[in-house]
Design a protein around this ligand. Structure first.
Ligand code: ARG
Length: 282
């Protein structure tokens, strides 16, 4: 068979399969649109998430992606009349996957920062967070400054990485960068590093579930308040608008609070309001 014939056969088979299943070969459901359909049928939007960040996003025993962020986006999508599916996406490539169009949106406990705003658009904030230090129980650390000369683990390219890079200098040999936050935390447990700096919700959850009384957390008023947003490709105003409306709707009708209660306990009184002035997160 010639290469052309083989290709044609492959294409034909794919088209056939695509009619039955949603996608062919790839995980993206892009092939589902029937050729002649004029009114664009609802496309399943692909949501990228680094699912090693419980309780916000993680994989359960069945391999399903679950968590606070997941339920928030599912609820938002339902309000907005959007169909979504979640695809586990490593943090280090996640922003690029959005830029390339491999993902339509990202929900991954992503802190809205001015730098990130240059290359992607964010919904209104849906969660308030801040950095938190994890140390072993016997540690002498009492504030962020104490980490100046210690070995500190962070997830590469996170706001925790930014914070410690500021304190120690970006090229400090004492900064240990990991692909995932749980990897940094288990390295703390085995003694390879002295501390981990990561988002408060994830640190608290890990210490509760894995550490028993092996770990202690240390907060510091010097940590800047952070807010999570859902990210879309820069300029995708239509999707952004739908997501923002959906988000407003789930905040208004109590679904946001229910999801919050399920994964994180009862929301603080002003959880969905803008963060008050300076470092109020102590
Ligand atoms: N909030 C932090 C940031 O935006 C960490 C997010 C990491 N999320 C994840 N799913 N690993 O930099």
């Amino acid at each position: 068979m010639t290469a052309f014939a083989r290709r044609s056969l492959h294409v034909a088979l794919c088209t056939l399969l695509a009619a039955v299943f949603v996608a062919c070969g790839k995980q993206e459901p892009a092939a589902a649109v029937a050729p002649g359909a004029s009114a664009a049928p609802a496309r399943v939007l692909v949501v990228g998430t680094d699912a090693a960040y419980a309780p916000f996003e993680s994989q359960n025993e069945k391999g399903e992606i679950v968590g606070f962020d997941i339920d928030i986006v599912k609820a938002v999508a339902q309000k907005a009349g959007l169909e979504v599916k979640f695809v586990n996406t490593p943090w280090e490539g996640i922003f690029n996957a959005l830029k390339q169009g491999d993902r339509d949106l990202l929900v991954s406990s992503i802190t809205i920062t001015d730098e990130r705003r240059q290359t992607m658009d964010f919904t209104a904030p849906y969660f308030d967070a801040h950095q938190l230090i994890a140390v072993r129980t016997d540690s002498k650390v009492t504030r962020f400054d104490d980490l100046k000369t210690l070995k500190v683990g962070v997830q590469t390219g996170t706001t925790g990485d930014e914070a410690i890079s500021k304190l120690q200098g970006k090229t400090s040999a004492n900064i240990k960068r990991f692909e995932g936050t749980p990897l940094a935390l288990s390295e703390l447990e085995t003694g390879g590093i002295d501390a981990v700096v990561a988002d408060n919700g994830v640190v608290v959850n890990y210490v509760k579930n894995n550490g028993g009384n092996k770990f202690r957390t240390v907060n510091d008023a010097a940590f800047t308040p952070e807010q999570y947003g859902i990210a879309v490709k820069k300029g995708n105003a239509e999707l952004l608008d739908k997501l923002n409306k959906g988000l407003a709707a789930i905040k208004a009708d109590g679904s946001y609070d229910r999801i919050h209660a399920q994964y994180l306990g009862a929301p603080a009184p002003a959880a969905s309001a803008p963060a008050p002035a300076a470092a109020a997160s102590k």
